[in-house]
Design a protein around this ligand. Structure first.
Ligand code: AMP
Length: 502
């Protein structure tokens, strides 16, 4: 069944069942379906034939889901942008997406000239005035149309918009509905949503919940920041399927109360986005002996995840790292013979980066039989069909589950006045990045060298400047001023030498 039809079926089967809960706000399936219909009627009135994708700006509000569905019902892709994104990036993304209208569940600042925001209040008014109107199915996005665009860090300092088609999302959910339990078991179950909607990990909980008739239980950023609030929310949520990065589970594990007394009916942890360590898996098995642990792997460019496996006790006892799973149906994993790069071939691969053919042709292609493929930049190997992850071939890292191109940060530091060079180096622990250090060369390094006070002030200033252009998690924890960056024989920054210093 097609993705929107699956949601329609879930809505028809349980009109009064909550589709999404976020703090005090709740929306039933019936409301989600009807409000999104009404909003799509409005979008059609104001935008007509203009099918340019729409930015949906906000945080964990149920209205975000109304907007997502309204966009795709009206034949337009949506681009979720979380309010934690700095204004300059939001502006950049809105400009690239290019629709003159932005759906602002929260109020974005500083949008490009001429752009209009449909505020939450106006959205409610537009919906209420059209409630009960049905939007024709014939206008929904078609399987090959883009369903959403998610922006992710790009090495040149400009984020890349990954376009995922409705068909790719349909194929992804066909598989994700079976993770950690059958689709039938998921009906009326509760899915945890931790990741902001602008991260593709959230697609795993949002659409697996909405296509199986489950309830999405969202944690907002205020709750996640405060351990007491978080524990209270987790205890209240009746969560059955946990979707998060392993780092988020690590954070929860630091509280002793995080166990099967707090979440007594947890069926499975579904992990994706970064390495799952044996330590994390073992601790979870101890605290939640009845819950399954599923490790999945994949990039945004191939719709969240393409491989998965349940982690067993035997895997924990075996030598080496935990596996990242078997390919889902419709996906084939190839390993490049020379570089060991993981190449994903199949039905959930993106059509490429939005309005960026240059970066698209570098990473994507089509096999002779027509299937799309994506070169991940990840290294890995297969053993009896099981995939193992072996690090990156480039300068992309994961920090607390967030995808970061070190080059993105370096470009942004380089853009700050008075800086002549910069290299950002990750500090690893247990195979995961713990924090980032930026080595920075200033143009006035001679005068600057001896002055500790000035160095401290300058480091603070760089961090503040970076926060204007980069999400907070990308701002390096340490700034080290140096007279020059070490070079390798062929004139590149010697990152190995710098790694020894962090
Ligand atoms: P994103 O596009 O943010 O989902 O990030 C995708 C990247 O995260 C992949 O290319 C991998 O480098 C990394 N990744 C995703 N899942 C896993 C996993 N289970 N184990 C190790 N690395 C992972």
């Amino acid at each position: 069944m097609f993705i929107i039809e699956k949601i329609e079926a879930a809505a028809a089967a349980g009109k009064l069942q909550p589709a999404v809960i976020s703090g005090e706000k709740e929306l039933t399936y019936g409301e989600l379906w009807e409000k999104s219909d009404a909003l799509s009627v409005y979008l059609e009135e104001v935008l007509g034939e203009d099918k340019t994708p729409l930015v949906v700006y906000g945080h964990k509000d149920p209205m975000m889901l109304v907007c997502f569905l309204a966009c795709v019902k009206s034949g337009r892709a949506y681009c979720p942008v979380d309010m934690s994104m700095p204004a300059e990036r939001v502006r950049d993304i809105a400009e690239t997406v290019g629709n003159r209208l932005v759906l602002g569940v929260e109020k974005p600042e500083n949008l490009p000239e001429g752009m209009q925001v449909l505020s939450r209040e106006d959205m409610e008014k537009a919906i209420n005035a059209r409630l009960g109107e049905r939007f024709p199915e014939s206008k929904w996005v078609k399987p090959d149309d883009t369903f959403y665009i998610i922006f992710t860090s790009g090495s040149t300092g400009k984020p890349k918009g990954v376009q995922i088609s409705a068909q790719a999302l349909t194929r992804f959910t066909d598989w994700s509905e079976t993770l950690g339990g059958s689709p039938e078991e998921k009906r009326n179950a509760v899915f945890l949503n931790q990741a902001p909607f602008s991260f593709d990990l959230s697609v795993m909980d949002v659409y697996t919940a909405l296509t199986t008739g489950a309830t999405l239980f969202c944690l907002d950023k205020e709750t996640v920041k405060d351990m007491a609030k978080l524990t209270e929310a987790l205890g209240r949520g009746n969560i059955n399927y946990w979707v998060s990065t392993p780092s988020f589970a690590d954070m929860c594990l630091s509280d002793k109360a995080f166990n099967d007394k707090l979440i007594s009916d947890l069926k499975a942890f579904l992990f994706c986005g970064e390495k799952l360590t044996k330590t994390t898996a073992a601790r979870l098995m101890e605290r939640f002996p009845k819950a399954r642990i599923v490790n999945t792997y994949g990039p945004t460019e191939s719709t969240v995840a393409v491989t998965g496996t349940e982690i067993t006790k035997e895997m924990l006892e075996a030598e080496g790292e935990l596996p990242i799973g078997y390919a889902k149906a419709g996906t084939e994993i190839e390993i490049d013979g020379e570089s060991g790069e993981i190449v994903i071939v199949g039905d959930t691969v993106s059509k490429g980066y939005y309005k960026d053919s240059e970066r698209t042709v570098k990473a994507f292609g089509r096999k002779a039989d027509g299937r799309l493929y994506y070169r991940t930049g990840d290294q890995g190997y297969l053993k009896d069909g099981m995939l193992y992850y072996h690090g990156r071939l480039d300068l992309q890292v994961k920090l607390h589950g967030y995808r970061i191109e070190l080059g993105d940060i370096e470009c942004n530091i380089g853009n700050i006045c008075g800086i002549s060079a910069a290299a950002v180096i990750p500090k690893y622990q247990d195979g995961k990045v713990k924090h980032l250090t930026a080595f920075v060369v200033r143009e006035d390094k001679e005068e600057f060298r001896e002055d500790t006070g000035a160095r401290l002030a300058a480091s603070r200033e760089i961090k503040a400047k970076l926060k204007e252009t980069l999400p907070e998690y990308m701002v390096p924890k340490r700034i080290v001023f140096t007279d020059g960056l070490p070079m390798t024989g062929n004139g590149k920054t010697d990152r190995r030498k710098l790694e020894a210093l962090v």
